[in-house]
Design a protein around this ligand. Sequence first.
Ligand code: SF4
Length: 278
Amino acid sequence: MLKVKPPEGYPPEEGRYVRGNDYSPVAVCVILDTFDFAIPPELNELVMVSVDLGAALSGMLQTENIGLEKMICNIVANPNIRYIVLCGRESAGHLPGESLLALKENGVTETKQIVGTRAPTPHLYNIPLELIERFNQQIVSVINLLCQPGEKDTKVPGLSPEVIKKAVGSCYQEESVLFMGYRLHDIGAYPEPAMCYKIASKLTRSQEDILQPGKSKLNMGFMLHKLLPKTDCKRCGKPTCLAFAIGLAKGKSRLEECPILDQPEFAANRQALAKLLE
Ligand code: SF4
């Protein structure tokens, strides 16, 4: 069975995930349904049991745009990953779980908008189309155990460590097994080289190339917006991330006013923003 060593620089994107067995056929995606700093312990446990049991990557997905883009980058950088176990509770505001399923089911438009999701901003602007297409070819199945928003019962499949363990274990089998309606076994690595793509460095480079003295503050605001979390959560006191970005461009807002940028998932973006604002 084909297995490959992931390239140097894998996984290219930082975030709220744990790296496990590089040769594993499965990654686990736990939806993070809160923007509080304290992560619910039951979600942390799902991440940890998955990686203990041998998932290649196990982590949280919070947003339907930048979060999903980072996940795609990390997965196509390891051709051994052929399955994603989707679990946790759907995040009612952003619908990242629905967006992942819609991406796998329907793909994206020419302008990289995910088809068939009700998520407010399901745009994958920061990664090339070929990366998205490769993701959809490499991943044979998203095993959907996602719970409804607000679910508290940790015995339901999407919040149960035991069920997640079984899902991960099923992906490892040499012979095909049936798990909750999915036929699963380790089919080996995707037979094309890894694609290693880092969003923050591309953005930083292109913005440094584009931003010239004399460009309007509004244009600069649009550039900065690409690096913001795009949650429109209003915690910075602005109605949208774009309004905050324009405030940054005009020197009327400060990066410290966006608490979401302090989260590890956005560390590289924050660094790039600070560099641009220097
Ligand atoms: S910029 Fe403002 S609206 Fe956007 S994520 Fe940060 S705090 Fe929320």
